[in-house]
Design a protein around this ligand. Sequence first.
Ligand SMILES: NC(=[NH2+])NCCC[C@H](N)C(=O)O
Length: 414
Amino acid sequence: MPKGLNVHTEIGPLKKVMLHRPGLDMVYFGDEDFDRVWFHDALYLERAQEEHDRFAELLRQEGAEVLYLEDLLKEALDADPDARGEFTNTYLAESRLPGKEYAAAAREFLDSIEDTGEFVKRVFRGIRRKEVELPHRSAHTLAELDATKDDPDSLIDPLPSSYFTRDAFAVVGNGVNMSHMYHYNRNRETLLGETIFTHHPEYRGVPLWYDRKSSFHTEGGDVLNFGRHTLAVGLSQRTEAAAIDQMAQNMFWGDEECEIEEILAFKIPASYAFMHLDTVFTQVDVDKFTVHPNILGTLKVYRLTPGATKGEVRIAEIDDTLEHILEKALGIDSVQLIECGGGDPVLAAREQWNDGSNTLCVKPGVVCVYERNVVTNDLLCKNGMKLLVVPSAELSRGRGGPRCMSMPFWREEI
Ligand SMILES: NC(=[NH2+])NCCC[C@H](N)C(=O)O
């Protein structure tokens, strides 16, 4: 397998994919911390791991090599003597430590971990206050005294959403759209990706189409590869319009050669249930998509293309049906939309809540789905899809499905 990245579609045979197996990142927070760590349930970890292992196994059986985020980060940090120091500086700067003394204590703790693998596990897991030597009492800060929202036991919060490897960056063509996350606790996940694409021997130096330091937020769940030249991006709770403008500038007019010539911005309602474009809409075959019927009425689509002079981007609203827009974008005669929950509004809402429309296609017509979405799955079968069924009692509670839990690094062309 050649080095680097290659993803031009949502459905080309999957050859390499990055996952993160939930671990201790999932343990050290309670219900009062849900909003702060940005994970809204308490999982039964061992069961979640079994489910995740089954997911990985299904992908391997279909011929995909499974890479783990943890291993890639470790390899990146080991590849360059300066990498770990640089990484620690940014990680601490973004961990919302209340005061210099706490930062110093956390740094001492992290620096004392010799083994890079153990260090990486810590990065995901965070640090409890009682684990470090804290400064004397005069180091108390107003933030601590007024700690109405903060967990007094946590020094560095864990990264429980990191098993949604879809979000912190998105592979587009041979490059990467880094994300700037909607919620600050998830933004450190993008640092893991940036470290891989800066230092990892197989992935360093790939072109970056978006900067994690940009002021506008965007997440990988909103980015769908429709073809070598066409990208779909959700304009959603998680991706701002100005972020899509910057992507267009970078892809059409940036210094790095990018093959994207058209960006379709799909505006979906800004809500938690619909957070990304891939929660309402994923491609399952050359001419089939699964969609959440509730978005069909409200969907607005804009087309961004390069203008005639350097730096110019043309923008037009497309006034057409979703089917026609997709047919044109994919260059095919007809597209079929398979409705989540069979179109019944209540069943659609329930199955959508558990990611019934969030499928991962491993080759045309073969898709990974959550076991629990029985109505949608039945419909996909009736429409000729082969289903790879992932047990989902625990994993689904993080509010993301098979697509959210995976980041393709290499897909064959179709
Ligand atoms: N690509 C996705 N739909 N990811 C789901 C992410 C869910 C996660 N709890 C969050 O709110 O950020």
